[in-house]
Design a protein around this ligand. Sequence first.
Ligand code: GLV
Length: 308
Amino acid sequence: MSIAILFNQKDPLVWMKQLKEKLPEEKIEIYPAIENKDEVEFLLTWKPHQGYVNEFKNLKVVQSVGAGIDHLLHTPIPESIKVTRIVDPALKQDMFEHVLMCIMASMKNTMLYYNDQLNRSWLPKSYQSIHSTTITILGMGEIGKFVAVQLKNLGFQVQGWSNSPKKIDGILTFAGRDALFDSVRTGDFIVNILPLTEETKELLSHSLFQQMANQPVLINVGRGGHMKDEDLVTALDNGLLKAAYLDVFHQEPLEIDHPFWTHPNIYITPHIASITNPDTAIDLVIENYKRFKSNNELQHVVDLKRGY
Ligand code: GLV
């Protein structure tokens, strides 16, 4: 049996080095340099190509190196294969820090002042304060819930929407499709941290933007597939939304001629909100590998029917 690393848009060498150090007995290879694909039972992967599972006929575990697994699902995965994901405290903290950066930059006009500086313009603007700011988090899974609680602890009013009901002290929660519109009505910031599934695809579209009564700022750190791009541009142009901070896109890197690049109220980061750090995540991968080898239950197994 062997372990294969199959990465696109991520450097496999640092993972390889750590795995070799911590699992010195195992055969570990980086795709496409795999001696015998039939030996591969454990695949560590990020954004694999179409058809990847079919190349390894004895594959038993697909371990995503991200929190999300949507990047694996373009190819049907047989039920005999377990799919697992990374749940790492460092990922949650990083996501919180990124979301907080976007919120504070917007509340205190950071980007606007930067533009003013380029023009040598002295233009004081009104600013928002934490105690009077309401944030709606869409997606109250491991990461969303953590971000929500941290923001609440800072003094923001926080509300959260998720598919299934959640009860969290001091946070107003909404559950199910019927409650979605209510959850965004009063938010000054709408933060999307949902997993991408058939149900959540293009959820960030005109029908939802229309419900947002406070001309909020939208922060998308979920997936590009959550967004109907043309609806976002219309909502910004019509004043339904004040601005958008986007970290994820349908196509990454974002196409060079995409209208988001030049929109005055869109702020782009290149999918860096929260990146799996091998130093902290490697132990989880190794733990799962050891569990797999000793026939024990794996951690953070994904329900493929739900998609998260
Ligand atoms: C990043 O987007 C991840 O899924 O971890």
